[in-house]
Design a protein around this ligand. Structure first.
Ligand SMILES: [Zn+2]
Length: 310
């Protein structure tokens, strides 16, 4: 018998979100619709004849402040928080309808998605879930930025950030079970420095930003506190990472280490992983060796690249 946790899932009922895009400021209505087993996560622009863009690495567009998808010139922007919530909640198949180009920023975290999915319910489907099981290390380094993925059971993420005051260095490590995502990662909000605000607004990059959807930082601390966690910043980077690595098309089985990374590094890792077909295999969940002692290989693997200079 196959345990339900090893089967694909979709949402039980349609969900609707309204809001504005963080970067574009564009108003948007977004609906999540149940989708057939094996169909994956597919975005649909209802304002453009229902043009569809699957959430896979091949469709990643230019990446700077957010991750965007593009196919045949049609854009879907700022996908990372929703994709993070879907991976975190174990949703494999869903159609995401949007009537504009950017997803709503909501409160700057993935919590509204998690709460709505929990309220609507999750439907188990008749298809065994597959994950991308990492077989060999794949790494991307750029100056002192680093990201790598290593073989290992489960989906573990270790992240180090190093930002100007008041953040400084923070690091965290999480074993991504469905139970922990909603509690430890989903509520962490995006953030920005007040000193950058005018420049970014003048460049038209944060038209939808407000104290309701981002932590605003001054050298003394957050202007619109209190924080949801003392290390909310690094937790938000983990949230972004999970959303960006979702573009591999399936949940990863392996250990990810990131240092001073961001959307460009996250998506570069996806591209490198997809290109190196010998570095991974599609495997049913759980894998045959997932019961092995996790303490032996994991710690050696996770510690190695951290705090090494470029
Ligand atoms: Zn983010």
């Amino acid at each position: 018998m196959v345990h339900p946790a090893h089967l694909e899932q979709t949402v039980s009922a349609p969900l609707e979100f309204t809001g504005v895009g963080l970067h574009s400021g564009a108003p948007v209505i977004m609906r999540l619709l149940p989708a057939a087993a094996g169909s994956g996560i597919v975005f649909r622009r209802t304002d453009l004849d229902n043009f569809e863009i699957p959430a896979i690495g091949r469709n990643v567009a230019k990446v700077s402040y957010a991750t965007s998808l593009m196919r045949q010139g049609v854009l879907i922007s700022t996908t990372e928080h929703l994709l993070s919530a879907l991976i975190g909640m174990g949703i494999d198949n869903v159609i995401v309808e949007l009537d504009n180009l950017e997803l709503p920023i909501l409160d700057g975290s993935a919590l509204p998605y998690v709460q709505a999915i929990q309220e609507a319910g999750i439907r188990t489907q008749r298809r065994r879930r597959e994950s991308i099981r990492v077989l060999r290390p794949v790494e991307v380094r750029e100056g002192n930025k680093f990201i790598g993925v290593y073989p290992g059971s489960g989906y573990r993420i270790q992240y180090l950030i190093d930002f100007p005051a008041p953040i400084g260095q923070q690091q965290t490590s999480i074993d991504l079970a469905a139970e922990t995502y909603g509690i430890f990662i989903a509520p962490a909000r995006t953030f920005g420095y007040k000193s950058d605000e005018k420049k970014l607004r003048d460049m038209g990059l944060i038209r939808g930003a407000s104290p309701e959807n981002a932590i605003v930082l001054t050298p003394k601390g957050p202007e619109n506190g209190p924080l949801r966690y003392s290390d909310e910043y690094v937790r938000h980077k983990v949230l972004d990472l999970i959303g960006d690595l979702a573009l591999a098309g399936r949940r990863i089985e392996g250990h990810v280490v990131a240092e001073r990374a961001g959307h460009a590094m996250h998506t570069a890792l996806v591209a490198r992983l997809m290109k190196d077909r010998s570095a991974w295999e599609l495997a049913h969940v759980p894998t045959a060796n997932s019961t092995r002692d996790p303490s032996s290989s994991q710690h050696a693997t996770l510690r190695r690249p951290v705090f090494q200079g470029a």
